[in-house]
Write a protein of this length. Sequence first.
Length: 236
Amino acid sequence: MEVKIGMAKTSKYATEVCGDTCDIVERPHGGISAIIADGQGNGLAAHHTSSWVVNKATQLISDGARDGAVARAVHDYLYAMKDKKVSCTLTVVSADLDTETAVISRNSNCPVIIKTPEYESVYDENVEPIGVNRHMKPLMYEVPLTAGMLIVSYTDGIAHAGKKRMGHPADFAKIMDIIRRNEADDVAFIAKSIMDYALELDADKASDDMTVLVMGITDGSPSSPKIEQLEVTYPY
């Protein structure tokens, strides 16, 4: 099988620096983790928070820490360093080849969506962000890796798109429709399509920082060379 990841990110309109940060990291026992964080507020201060959180998380994962322990450790450090005054959402989506499972650690007010050929699941229970509550716990989910699986998450700039302009947020059914109409090979297209939908609601002037993360599990080709690929577009 192959793991494919697509991400799309944009900053709040008229803000040069995005307060969201996303990254990927290889797991020491096989697999890959994708991380998205949304720092409190917007601009440079939010970017510093989310960037620090993601960098710390990638370091711990590469050192072999389990995802739930990663969320707790990053929370404890942010809680101490910022004197429990700064919050940050954190979502880690992992394809763990050691256990052959998808592992999700969630401290976000936005859902994580899983679609496979057999079922759909939406994980959207209430959970606190990291950094402000001493006894924070991440919500953890673990499901077997399956060919055709899609895992999608995003930050609240996507969820709240259109609210300021039209009085109501993005239609979750529309986001689900984009996911349902595409396959695990289409991760980049799905991420861009969800981003395009949110920007359309905001008349191409994002009312908040926006990030979309999509992970897909495909059959791959057993006869082809095992080549890792990464494609990045960075506007400036």
